[in-house]
Design a protein around this ligand. Structure first.
Ligand code: LMR
Length: 397
């Protein structure tokens, strides 16, 4: 029965890590998968996370099953981080949050949930969007369409064209937005643009679905939640898939959440039963360790303060790396203006080079980046920046 199976090509993002590991060039640089790296090129366990783990090791008294919706306290903590205390209170029981296996688990749960509400639903994703959005949501049976988003020539959001498309999207469809630090472009909506999207969502009646995986890595924990909070406060319904992979550095612990706001307490009470059933049918219950760590950090004042401090260090370091890359490129002989990289947010930006040039960077210079020319800025450091700049210069010649 398996004899006819054909191997699939490598994953466009995760496949790069395997290729990078196999490369023996001592100068190799991995600008592929979105993980934070420190000045030494490692992805450390954050200080507060380590302490919370030690605490859990000592204090946790059971490994008995958790509920399909996960740890209740964690769900409330995540909802508070996303929505803020006041909004959380005013939404009351119209809002439900469930723990999921990472942000991907949240997206997949959202897809199952959407299908239960409307089998015909189409999700409109930004063009471009994160490489896994389409397979992940599409394989759950949702229709996928694109709205214009990034202008590769102007290095900015094609906002007028985006609005033109949003104006055609009907009730029953969903528009997937990135909460902050747009992946892959790093180009975010301004506050005014979020407000315009809110106005169109209200007039058109489509449902907004936000994916947020980088809260705290753009402008700050509160600042990065602006769009989510604006829409949660003004729209009758909203879906938010969130991840603790990057801002807590919990990548492999698969720690995420799905938050849904409904028009009434009754609909939200129904929604939570559907979400619990979807979890049970897919994986029964989410893994506990990451969520327990997050809960411990967020409920222990010293750990919370230290986590916020380290998150700010990470954010500032990434922004510093953006400036460093731009200034080193400007100092080199390169003709292209890369200053846009400094304006973009989070881990990613497009280098803005073609597919052949990306191939050259990988094959001839051992610099690994996504086919679209997306780079993970957080992987650049003092030791590799000169080589990265030299190589970019070489492929542009
Ligand atoms: C990325 O975009 O590189 C990360 O979100 C990791 C992933 O799963 O693709």
């Amino acid at each position: 029965m398996f004899e006819t199976l054909q191997p699939l090509p490598a994953d466009p993002i995760l496949g790069l890590s395997a290729a990078y590991r196999a490369d023996t060039n001592p100068k190799k640089v991995d600008l592929g998968v979105g993980v934070y790296k420190d000045a030494a090129g490692s992805t450390p366990v954050m200080r507060a996370i380590k302490k919370a783990e030690e605490h859990l090791c000592q204090e946790q008294v059971t490994k008995a099953y958790v509920a399909p919706v996960g740890l209740g306290e964690y769900n409330e903590t995540v909802a508070k981080m996303l929505l803020g205390e006041d909004l959380l209170r005013s939404l009351g029981r119209r809002r439900v949050t469930v723990q999921t296996p990472g942000g991907c688990g949240a997206l997949r749960m959202a897809a199952d949930f959407i299908r239960k509400a409307n089998k015909q639903a189409t999700v409109w994703v930004s063009d471009p969007t994160w490489a896994n959005h389409v397979p992940l949501l599409g394989s759950a049976g949702l229709g996928i369409e694109k709205y214009p988003y990034y202008d590769y020539d102007k290095h900015s959001v094609r906002f007028d064209e985006m609005l033109d498309t949003l104006q055609q999207i009907p009730v029953g469809d969903l528009v997937l937005l990135h909460g902050c630090c747009h992946n892959p472009s790093g180009a975010d909506l301004s506050r005014e643009q979020w407000q315009s999207v809110r106005d169109i969502a209200l007039s058109q009646g489509f449902t907004v679905f936000i994916d947020t995986a980088y809260q705290g890595l753009g402008d700050g924990l509160e600042e990065d939640a602006y769009g989510i909070r604006l829409l949660a406060e003004s729209l009758p319904e909203l879906i938010v898939a969130s991840s603790c992979s990057k801002n807590f550095g919990l990548y492999r612990e698969r720690t995420g959440a799905l938050t849904v706001t409904c028009t009434s307490d009754q609909s939200a009470a129904a929604a939570i039963t559907l979400l619990a059933a979807a979890a049970r049918a897919n994986y029964s219950m989410p893994p506990d360790h990451g969520a327990s760590i997050v809960q411990t950090v967020m409920s222990t004042p010293e750990l919370y303060a230290d986590w916020q401090e380290e998150l700010a260090e990470m954010r500032n370091r990434i922004n510093g790396l953006r400036s460093m890359l731009v200034s080193r490129l400007a100092e080199s002989e390169v003709d292209t203006d890369f200053s846009f990289i400094e304006q973009e947010k989070g881990m990613f930006s497009f280098l803005g080079v073609g597919k052949e040039q990306v191939k050259k960077l990988i094959n001839e210079y051992s610099i690994y980046l996504v086919n679209s020319s997306r780079i993970n800025v957080a992987s650049i450091n003092e030791n590799n920046v000169d080589y990265v700049v030299e190589s970019i210069l070489a492929i542009l010649e």
